[in-house]
Design a protein around this ligand. Structure first.
Ligand code: NAD
Ligand code: MG
Length: 396
């Protein structure tokens, strides 16, 4: 009898997380089948992925490219249906035949399809941290209401998840004897760079992360440590804790991916080489374990692990994110949108590296606090912050 394979949709298949996900899936083709792959611009890579994995659907959010892709796939006698609208993204994330969705679109663009997967009660592997940062309470309520299984892909949150006791989900941090969560971060490429040289940092320098090979947006976020700020917010929602329950620690080697400190003095850490295939494989197979193609950790080669306190003068974005989470309401969505616009402007060489945090700070200070009762309010906050950030940039 044929064994039913787990049906997977990969949102953002052509990105760094998407490619790593397909690498793990290809190692276990007896267990997993690709239902749908999605991309934004990278037609060539999506075409290659379709030829290899033969999904039922491919979504490319550019209608001209969708036409081209449909022609090429048909010429290879592939039955993959090619689609291109935002509704199509949500459809392949929530389709009745899909078991698991890898949410790996970058930025706010991932919010609606990721939420569609959550509302449909799927097993959702969450890489797209911006979706949770923007809509925290609404997102987590939707998870509860639908009974979706939410598993973190961000290496830190996946590590924390692995270090928490099983009964954490029902009992929460207080009654599990947990002291706090230690969120580790490498500090990015500019850990040692003199502050007076920051203004001249180029996009390529900012994207050259010492330990991780990632998309350009998250690479810049790592360099400013906004990534750690977004992760702090992400951790608050995922594990139902406050910023005060989280200690951010610099750990330049990226071997310990985060830790949980218990009241009895124990500290549990999850370690491994910096390779996203570990958290991807962990979440895919959970609660089982599968091989991920990751090189074994060689302690003799590492020889030393070091730790330090992050300095807000070097990483102002970290502080802005923490403050936005404490303020709550529309502030995290505002922070996220202003950051996305500022990072893009930096990548397009419109603003300097040091202006990223200035733009975000100006947008936050010009924004009045508002409750976000529903998704519409999140989208309004996002749009307003984008407009304001553009304005601030054009005045610079
Ligand atoms: P990436 O830029 O390499 O890939 C992004 C993917 O999203 C691509 O497939 C792209 O086609 C798609 N996309 C971009 N804009 C889109 C739009 N407007 N509509 C639809 N699709 C769109 O990014 P990445 O590094 O793979 O990161 C993806 C997500 O995972 C981000 O939220 C990031 O923060 C998170 N994450 C990444 C890593 C990593 O190691 N790369 C680690 C932890 C978390
Ligand atoms: Mg991370």
């Amino acid at each position: 009898m044929a064994v039913l394979k787990e049906q997977i949709t990969v949102l953002g298949a052509t990105g760094s997380i998407g490619v790593n996900t397909l690498d793990v899936l290809a190692r276990h083709s007896e267990k997993y089948q690709i239902f749908a792959l999605t991309a934004h611009q990278n037609l060539q890579r999506l075409k290659e992925q379709c030829l290899k994995f033969k999904p039922r659907y491919a979504v490319i959010t550019d209608s001209q490219k969708a036409e081209l892709l449909a022609e090429v796939l048909a010429s290879h006698q592939l039955e993959t249906q090619v689609l291109s609208s935002a509704e199509d993204l949500a459809m392949v994330a929530s389709h009745a035949q899909v078991d698991t969705v890898m949410a790996a679109i970058v930025g706010a663009a991932g919010l609606l399809p990721t939420l569609a997967a959550v509302k449909a009660g799927k097993k959702v592997l969450l890489a797209n941290k911006e979706a949770l940062v923007m809509s925290g309470a609404i997102f987590m309520q939707a998870v509860k209401a639908s009974g979706a299984t939410l598993l973190p892909i961000d290496s830190e949150h996946n590590a924390i998840f692995q270090c928490l006791p099983e009964h954490f989900v029902t009992r929460g941090i207080q009654s599990c004897g947990i002291e706090n969560i230690v969120l580790t971060g490498s500090g990015g490429p500019f850990l040692e760079k003199p502050l007076e040289e920051f203004a001249a940092i180029t996009p390529d320098e900012a994207c050259a992360h010492p330990n991780w090979d990632m998309g350009r947006k998250i690479s810049v976020d790592s360099a400013t440590m906004m990534n750690k700020g977004l992760e702090l917010i992400e951790a608050c929602w995922l594990f139902d804790v406050e910023p005060a329950d989280i200690e951010v620690v610099l750990h330049p080697q990226s071997i310990i991916h985060s830790m949980v400190r218990y009241q009895d003095g124990s500290v549990l850490a999850q370690m491994g080489n910096p390779d996203m295939r570990t958290p991807i494989a962990h979440a895919l197979a959970f609660p089982e374990r599968i091989e991920a193609g990751v090189a074994p950790l060689d302690f003799m080669q590492i020889s030393q692990l070091s730790f330090d306190r992050p300095c807000f003068e070097r990483y102002p974005c970290l502080q802005l994110a923490s403050q936005a989470m404490i303020q709550g309401g529309n502030m995290p969505a505002t922070l996220n949108a202003a950051n996305e616009v500022a990072v893009e402007a930096f990548l397009n060489e419109q603003i300097a590296f040091t202006q990223i945090s200035q733009v975000i700070q100006q947008v936050l200070s010009q924004t009045d606090y508002a409750e976000v009762a529903d998704l519409q309010a999140v989208l309004v906050a996002d749009a307003a912050a984008r407009q304001m950030a553009q304005q601030v940039i054009s005045n610079k």
